[in-house]
Write a new protein. Sequence first.
Length: 125
Amino acid sequence: MNALCAQLLDPHDLSLPQWAILSCLWRDGALTVSALSDLVGTGLPATSRILDRMEDRGLLVRQRHQADGRATLVTLTDKGRGLDHLSDFHERINEALFAGFSKDDRERAFDLLRRMQSNAEHAIT
């Protein structure tokens, strides 16, 4: 799955973690670094490094949050918004992965994945 994602994102010079951040920003608009870290599921240091690379490429900008000077707000640039044709990337991946699966099989697989995620979250706490 990772190789498939990499192959499909490579022509756009994006990694899967970078796409995940873009996806959050396309959906929610400006977000704090902390919120992005929580949504993407990476730690703050890793998220900051990903954001550094994306900012260097002109995909986003970071600025101090006006309401909370301790927080940093991340917003897309025109270049970052211009990649929003990839917003359904996850659906394309799912179609490739679930080719030949019945609707019931897909639903069962997603249910199992949700249960696994819940188990992982409970195990962490």
